[in-house]
Structure formats: C-alpha cells, structure tokens
Design a protein around this ligand. Sequence first.
Ligand code: SF4
Length: 52
Amino acid sequence: MELNHASEELRDQRLAACSVCPALSEHTCRHCGCFVRFRASLQDKRCPLGKW
Ligand code: SF4
C-alpha cells in the first residue's frame, strides 16, 4: 500500500493545532486513539474534530 505523506509544513501546522487541543493526551488523540505525529504526517488523514 502506498501512503501519501503530507508536506513538513502541513504536518507541523496540524501538530501545532494538536498541541493546544484538550483532546491531546501525551502523544495520543483521545478522539481517534491515534499517535498524532503519525496521523498528521499522512496527507489524507483528518482531525476527528475537524481542526485540520
Ligand atoms: S487530531 Fe484533532 S482532536 Fe485529536 S488532538 Fe489533534 S486537533 Fe485534537
């Protein structure tokens, strides 16, 4: 399976949103259960709350 990676800029914008989000628990999102650094690095993923 080929995965499309987000640009570093996009990934960093997403992680900035996660970093101030109350749903972030350590490195994991409470809504999707994902390790956010991984989820944010994939182009086609979205924040489950629509923040990115
Ligand atoms: S993916 Fe969305 S809901 Fe989850 S921590 Fe990041 S900004 Fe918050």
